[in-house]
Design a protein around this ligand. Structure first.
Ligand code: URA
Length: 432
């Protein structure tokens, strides 16, 4: 087999077979094919696409390029949840404990944030002491003991994806549906859960800017899951505005705690209940989706979800008193109000701009080595559908530095204010 023939085949729009895809991935992982040839192949895939079977072969090849977790020592159904990356997306911090509090085993490995999107692991690390890098043995032991573990992805998981993703990042080939689908699914399948709920974000702050593309990505990931005998559900959700009110690490953890206490923002709570309900239903813990939603709501009302989060934080050496009393979280040095200069209904709040403003405050990172500041971020005080007057406080900036006018203006201009409000649903579709 030879890489030039494979590049030509894809360039000419033909389908690659399993052997060819396995060859490319194994040779590239072992540094036997140079970046420039893989770059050419990635660009050919970008333009020519891949069908479901090819994407599934690519997923398998990447998942087999490294370690896979063996969850067979954990009894019962194991579930996982993944988001394609959003702004203010702290859903896992709520969904995982709700589901685990019902006895469903949650085995979740999460990533760090990059660019304008945040990562669950960074958020968890804003809880003092929380250890995101426990061993595989402890991961399994903890799930058997308390039903949940939320840790960082090990370096040995799907190393081919790590290499390919870095190359895609610098060759203009990130936003290819088969490449995104196989990248996400290789990591999800490597961690061994039986049921996976994918939150596929749509809008300005997401990889997928329109519903048609998001639907294609979601359908492909669901089909890859089916080809690998997993139950995969994709929830398409709007990311034209940030999710909830808080954007920034400890601010988001506080909002997750509020939500588990029954006091979360409406949009965020709705998504948490829907994502939890899909996991509950597919895990076989409810007869239908209505019953599953009732169970999710019940675990919020009776604080069982919150208690599970406390248990999780304790098990991973975090200071659980922060969960019981979020006022313990260290505050930023300054808080600045953003005042509206317009009057009317907020139609949307550009999540890409809010994510970038949050990153500039220090809550996110431009490159993987950047350090993040857990205290800083933005809390929106008005959301789409709200009517605002000139001078109203529309957001609060939590900063450790004196006010940066550029950041202030980025947030101010993220608000689209108009005479009428056109509601966009948060849950756009559910694909299984
Ligand atoms: N997240 C991933 O893990 N991979 C992609 O390609 C895009 C988003």
């Amino acid at each position: 087999m030879n890489i030039i023939d494979i590049i030509l085949k894809k360039r000419n729009g033909e389908k690659l077979n399993k052997q060819e895809i396995n060859y490319v991935i194994s040779e590239y992982t072992n540094d036997k094919i140079p970046d420039y040839q893989i770059s050419a192949l990635l660009m050919a895939i970008y333009f020519r696409g891949m069908d479901d079977e090819e994407a599934s072969f690519l997923t398998s090849a990447m998942l087999n390029s490294g370690d896979t977790l063996d969850l067979s020592k954990i009894s019962g159904v194991k579930v996982d949840k993944h988001s394609t990356g959003g702004v203010g997306d702290k859903t896992s911090l709520v969904v995982a404990p709700i589901v685990a509090s019902l006895g469903i085993k949650v085995a979740k490995m999460s990533g760090r944030g990059l660019g304008h999107t945040g990562g669950t692991i960074d958020k968890l690390e804003s809880i003092p002491g929380y250890d995101v890098s426990i061993s595989e043995e402890d991961f399994i032991r903890q799930i058997n003991d308390i039903g949940i573990a939320l840790v960082g992805q090990t370096k040995k998981l799907a190393p081919a994806d790590k290499k390919l993703y870095a190359l895609r990042d610098v060759t203009g080939t990130v936003d290819s549906i088969p490449l995104i689908a196989s990248s996400i699914m290789s990591k999800k399948l490597a961690t061994g859960a039986d049921v996976i709920v994918l939150d596929v974000k749509v809008g300005e702050g997401a990889f997928m800017k329109n519903v048609d593309d998001a639907r294609k990505l979601a359908t492909l990931m669901v089909n890859i899951g089916k080809l690998q005998n997993k139950k995969v559900v994709a929830v398409l959700t709007d990311m034209s505005s940030p999710l909830g009110m808080a954007v920034g690490n400890s601010l988001e953890v506080i909002e997750a705690i509020d939500t588990l206490n029954g006091n979360g923002p409406k949009d965020f709570t709705e998504l948490c209940v829907v994502a939890s309900a899909e996991l509950i239903l597919e895990a076989g813990y409810a007869k239908n989706i209505e019953e599953a939603k009732e169970l999710a709501n019940r675990q919020i009302a009776n604080k069982e979800g919150l208690n599970k989060l406390v248990e999780l934080v304790k098990a991973q050496h975090g200071d659980y008193l922060y969960i019981l009393n979020p006022s313990r979280f260290e505050k930023s040095k300054y808080v600045y109000n953003v005042l509206s200069v317009k009057e009317g209904y907020i139609n949307n709040i550009n999540s890409l701009d809010i994510g970038n403003a949050s990153m500039k405050l220090g809550a996110g990172r431009l490159s993987l080595d950047d350090k993040i500041n857990p205290r800083v971020g933005i809390v929106l005080t008005k959301k789409p559908g709200d009517y605002i007057n000139k001078g109203d406080i529309i957001a609060k900036i939590f900063s450790d530095d004196v006010l940066d006018k550029n950041i202030y203006n980025l947030i101010l201009n993220a608000y689209r204010v108009e005479d009428v409000y056109n509601k966009v649903p948060l849950i756009i579709d559910i694909i299984k």
